[in-house]
Design a protein around this ligand. Structure first.
Ligand code: FES
Length: 146
């Protein structure tokens, strides 16, 4: 690669960065409703909670088996006992992979074998810290996570 090629690449990169900045500015200018950080992390398929309630509906209570749990979009929801729902970030506290399954009473990380109990605590390492808890409420049969 010649010095001229590098110059062109640098110009292209600078132009590209300018487009990216303009796109961000445009997106910010076009956003008419309130935007929160949590909006960026909601899962596909999650829908806003009923008026007056914060959070998103991530699924139905029937999606989460008693004594186990389910991955609902980007949230892990468990139901340790009937009618008690808990929610967690699926991000494994070991190295940051996403837990991808709940089998029986454990939330499982595929990367290095960590398993978490239904209350988010570590069942099997190498993770040493619990999953990050999220606030969860139930409205009718809807599970709402904030
Ligand atoms: S990232 Fe989950 S066990 Fe390592």
């Amino acid at each position: 690669m010649s010095a001229e090629d590098l110059m062109i690449n640098r110009r292209t990169a600078v132009a590209g960065a300018g487009v990216a900045v303009a796109a961000v500015a445009f997106a910010a200018a076009c956003s008419s409703d309130s935007y929160t950080e949590s909006d960026a992390t909601t899962s596909a398929g999650a829908s806003p909670a009923p008026a007056g309630q914060a959070g998103n509906i991530v699924g139905k209570t029937s999606d989460v088996p008693v004594g186990s749990g389910a991955i609902l979009g980007d949230v892990v929801v468990t139901q340790p006992t009937s009618g008690t729902f808990l929610a967690f970030s699926p991000v494994c506290t070991h190295k940051g992979c996403n837990c991808d399954a709940v089998t029986g009473a454990t939330i499982n990380c595929p990367c290095h074998g960590s398993k978490f109990n239904l209350d988010g605590s570590v069942a099997v390492g190498p993770a040493t810290q619990p999953l990050a808890a999220k606030a969860v409420t139930v409205d009718g049969d809807s599970i709402i996570v904030t």
